[in-house]
Design a protein around this ligand. Sequence first.
Ligand SMILES: N[C@@H](CCC(=O)N[C@@H](CS)C(=O)NCC(=O)O)C(=O)O
Length: 327
Amino acid sequence: MLLALPAQPIIQTGQWVWQTLWQIMMSQLAPSKPTGDYQRPDSTFLDAIGTEQYPAATGRYRLYVGLSCPWAHRTLLVRSLKGLEKTVDVVVLRASVAAGGWAFDPAHEGCTTLAQFYRHAHPNYRGRTTVPVLWDKQTGAIVNNESAEIIKLLNSTLNEFAENPNLDLSPEALRPDIDRWNDEIYTTLNNGVYRCGFAQSQAAYNEAVTTLFATLNKLDIHLAQQRYLCGAQLTLADVRLFPTLIRFDAVYHGLFRCDRRRIVDYPNLWGYLRDLYQHPGIAQTCDLAQMRQDYYQTLFPINPGGIVPIGPDLATLQQPTERDRLV
Ligand SMILES: N[C@@H](CCC(=O)N[C@@H](CS)C(=O)NCC(=O)O)C(=O)O
């Protein structure tokens, strides 16, 4: 029979150990401002395709992604929408506790982890080793590791090889509108969910969660009138919103405490999410089981039991919408 230990010291010790460990982990893994507000570090490799160094070419560039990563998801979306599957190949990494990040299965270019791969390509590099990575097979160099830049490159620099060269996800006339949405959506939603999940003070969480739901409310009103964020046409602003929305009810609502409402509770946002999910080329970029497993078990040490919750019934994403009536 198990010895019945007194509750008080167990609870007190457990809380002290867990809080101390959590603070150490968060201070290392989730850099924050003095207010406890999570601050995402900047990316380092910011070169472009279509230059003398990296000319447009088919079969020369490769994407490294993780299927659960929302930033990598953006790049898979544009590759698929533009029909660049035959031009830019993809290597999918696995989230791994043992690797402390992303791992190759099997070993790739002699590397078993993404950290080794970054150092293999750039021996003096000491920064974070993140996905997505756009890599040049010819020189063995990382061209770019910032998703916001990679999606612009995929949209415009490889058109001569794309199956949908005429699809422009960033038309000149819509750019001011796209940029405005991008700024707001990055701060309050894309990064906003992390600012809720990684907040290291109640005040930082309160601020992040309040602005997050203010933006969702605003979007729900906006999307009552028009099919996509910038009107009748799908743009990079939608590409950047979608990965956050598709993970919201299944992951962020529970794990990151974004629990005021779910996306299914917003009639227009929910219709918009289903409309995008059903758009040709998009559903095949979404591995929802992998997302849930990685977030709850591997990527973030904030669910110590490692139990993956059952989550919502995602078959509902296939329910028809009538959004094609909107302009
Ligand atoms: N600014 C980058 C951020 C990418 C990013 O944070 N990726 C995460 C996965 S969701 C990652 O690889 N983290 C590993 C690490 O920070 O060590 C982008 O948007 O491309």
